[in-house]
Design a protein around this ligand. Structure first.
Ligand SMILES: Cc1ncc(C[n+]2csc(CCOP(=O)(O)OP(=O)(O)O)c2C)c(N)n1
Length: 373
């Protein structure tokens, strides 16, 4: 299936608004959305639940159902507004979900996708959302039948999901977006490992930031035992780091976050600020995009995290744009009491041959926890 074609069909069903969070399984679909010339209004939301909220509002105002695209990891974020607001037992708000299926049983995938992949269909069953599963062999006629079926549910103010297996969408026009930053993310992460004291603990966010830190730490120190990689649970790295920081007040705790992840559960910022952990250092690596899953812009490209954190009540915040800024960080890191937030602006490059953790998630958990024994 080509993204452009599906988007036209979705539009022909009466959908006017499409919102979501990008996903690697849906990379070609997301690229197609960025270049689509039809009449759909597109929004990248901070998290998948927010897309459901937007869909509710759009329906209330227009009477047209909205479409939500997402990775299956985001199901958790949609459960509350779907079950307690959009479901037929409450307001009955129609919406069409397009869901990238990571961790499909029988297909090798990363640990964070295995369980979520196994329960994906069951979750839609439980949520009263009928669905069809598509893959690269789904014919045009079958797609047509699925969309006709979907429309019968939407017309009754119910929801419907299309669960998309890997490889379903054919590559078409690739969407390439660049920001104006010059620092390279992996080089910045390598440098941060030099700047952060060796006896500090690092909690890193979901996606390539963790993978790059893992490789950089192994290359520099031969291990990565002081790093906890938040491989799933996108957006929660800062609260994990806060949890560690409160238990280990004599240690320096550093959260290395992404801008997309920090946006996803941004309530963590005022919460952390109000708790005022002096040993907490938050570093947001801002490339204004979801680079790990295809580099779609976050939709909040102009957000200045250093100013948001300042307004939230962090003790000190700063935006770093270049090598000079990193040099100055190297000279001052740790001299200020937390909570501190450094936002580092980076470009959108990443290595094609970037690896993935070789140990199991539990081995990494145990190696991290051993530090505290
Ligand atoms: C709840 C949830 N939604 C979507 C994803 C898919 N996902 C993995 S990494 C990522 C992008 C992270 O973006 P950002 O934090 O800005 O870091 P970057 O990849 O740009 O370095 C996304 C959307 C996910 N893992 N979990």
């Amino acid at each position: 299936m080509k993204a452009d074609r599906l988007l036209k069909q979705i539009e022909n069903m009466g959908v006017r608004v499409i919102a979501g969070v990008p996903d690697s399984t849906l990379k070609q679909f997301c690229d197609g959305l960025q270049t689509y010339e039809g009449g759909l209004k597109h929004y990248v939301t901070a998290n998948e639940g927010a897309a459901v909220g937007l869909a509710v509002g759009a329906f209330l105002a227009s009477g047209s159902p909205a479409c939500i695209y997402m990775q299956n990891s985001g199901i958790g974020n949609i459960v509350n507004p779907l079950a307690s607001l959009a479901n037929d037992d409450v307001y009955g708000i129609p919406m069409l979900f397009i869901v990238g299926w990571r961790g499909e049983p029988g297909v090798k995938d990363e640990p964070q996708h295995v369980f979520q992949g196994k329960i994906t269909c069951k979750l839609f069953d439980t949520l009263d959302v009928p669905y069809s599963v598509v893959d690269k062999n789904t014919t045009d006629e079958q797609w047509q039948e699925i969309l006709t079926r979907a429309k019968t549910y939407l017309d009754k103010n119910l929801q419907f999901a299309i669960i998309v297996k890997k490889g379903t969408f054919e590559p078409d026009r690739e969407f390439v977006w660049q920001n104006s930053s010059t620092l390279n993310r992996e080089a910045v992460l390598g440098r941060l490992l030099q700047i952060v004291p060796r006896d500090a603990y690092i909690v890193s966010t979901t996606g390539k930031i963790s993978r790059e830190l893992y490789e950089q730490s192994n290359a520099q120190f031969g291990n990565h035992d002081n790093i906890f990689m938040t491989v799933g649970g996108m957006g929660h790295a800062s609260m994990i780091a806060f949890g560690v920081a409160q238990e280990k007040r004599d240690k320096t705790i550093v959260c290395i976050d992404g801008d997309g992840a920090a946006l996803m559960h941004m309530g963590a910022l005022p919460f952390i600020a109000s708790q005022a952990p002096e040993n907490f250092y938050h570093i947001v690596i801002n490339n204004q995009a979801h680079e790990s899953v295809g580099a779609m812009p976050t939709g909040c490209q102009s957000t200045d995290f250093s100013r948001v954190a300042k307004a939230a009540g962090y003790a000190y915040t700063e935006r770093i744009m270049d090598e000079k800024g990193l040099d100055s960080l190297a000279g001052t890191f740790g001299s200020r009491k937390g909570p501190v937030l450094y936002e580092i602006m980076v470009s959108l490059d990443s290595r094609k041959d970037l690896g993935r953790p070789k140990e199991t998630a539990k081995e990494n958990r145990d190696a991290f926890m051993k530090n505290f024994k």
